[in-house]
Design a binder for this molecule. Sequence first.
Ligand code: 13P
Ligand code: SF4
Length: 367
Amino acid sequence: MSDHSTPESISTTISDEELSRIEDMAAAISCPMPVNADEKPLLMHEISQLLEQQNAVLIAHYYVDADLQELALKTGGHVADSLEMARFGHDHPAQTLIVAGVRFMGETAKILNPEKRVVMVEDEATCSLDLSCPIDRFSQFCDAHPDRKVVVYANTSAEIKARSDWVVTSGIALDIVRHLRDQGEKIIWAPDRHLGDYIQHQTGADMLLWGGVCVVHDEYRSVELQQMMQRYPDARVLVHPESPRSIIQLADVVGSTTALINAVQQSDAKRFIVATDRGIFYKMRSVAGDKELFEAPTAGKGASCVSCGHCPWMAINTLHKLREILLNGGKTIEIDSNVAEKALVPIRRMLDFATQREVDMKIRGDA
Ligand code: 13P
Ligand code: SF4
């Protein structure tokens, strides 16, 4: 466990022992070696053909291997944050959606597209936030606070989403919680304690927080980050809000993966210290190749595999694995239809809210 302080409004929902067990699971994953340069062109070509033959499209998250991101873009697929991944899969005509990311992203794609075949590049790829929020305990927690709207982060299982009123991603969470606060609603927030704490501070909403953490972002260290900031005083500090408060307080920009990429592209600064998964550097470099990027420091003395600044579950998505599932048929995502129908309601609510937000921004001239 990290040495970061616990937000005051956190509830006793998940114990330190359980969080340690999840951390151990993440640490036990061995990250694959990158594909060697001689092999890559042939492999990319073969996979491109297989995707076309199978009427399949590759949708990748910014944190997966650069080769997969490159392939998704070359083959008419998409690389995006979790909100845009959900939208793209919904709008694209392909019959098979192949998701390079973690399980909740595949489940969201399936819920939005029940008639399509959805396959994960790596079926074992999960997320510590998802693991930290089991449905039985979460349900009890919600039942104990019936006066609160249940707002869950997209990094959760289909069952958790089905139990919620709203699903949010980091790209839209602040706006949705502000909207609920303005309607006088009190909130249950799950599962990320740091993101919940950040939103609570930004909005002043009345929120009860579940106690989960992201094993990657929880490992950033403020003392080491301050030392790095002294070494590069001209660098802007970019932080994903799954990071602890002590890190967020040092940020110039706090935002979703897309917001951080936009910040690199649009800022006049030439140097950036980035506190989010280093898979994002591929996209940042492709939009701003002249800028210098530094990985924010992770767990210092206690460094372990989970503290390397790269999500172990994102890391196990590889070109080889993608080729294998295209040749042998990967496991399709199946969700109980009752659960899927219930989960669709809060997901659709979020997507509709996002669409309305874009319309409002256009009217105001912000977009
Ligand atoms: P985004 O919604 O910003 O893509 O983040 C998803 C995620 O898992 C971050 O760790
Ligand atoms: Fe989950 Fe963290 Fe990995 Fe994102 S980076 S998928 S929140 S474990």
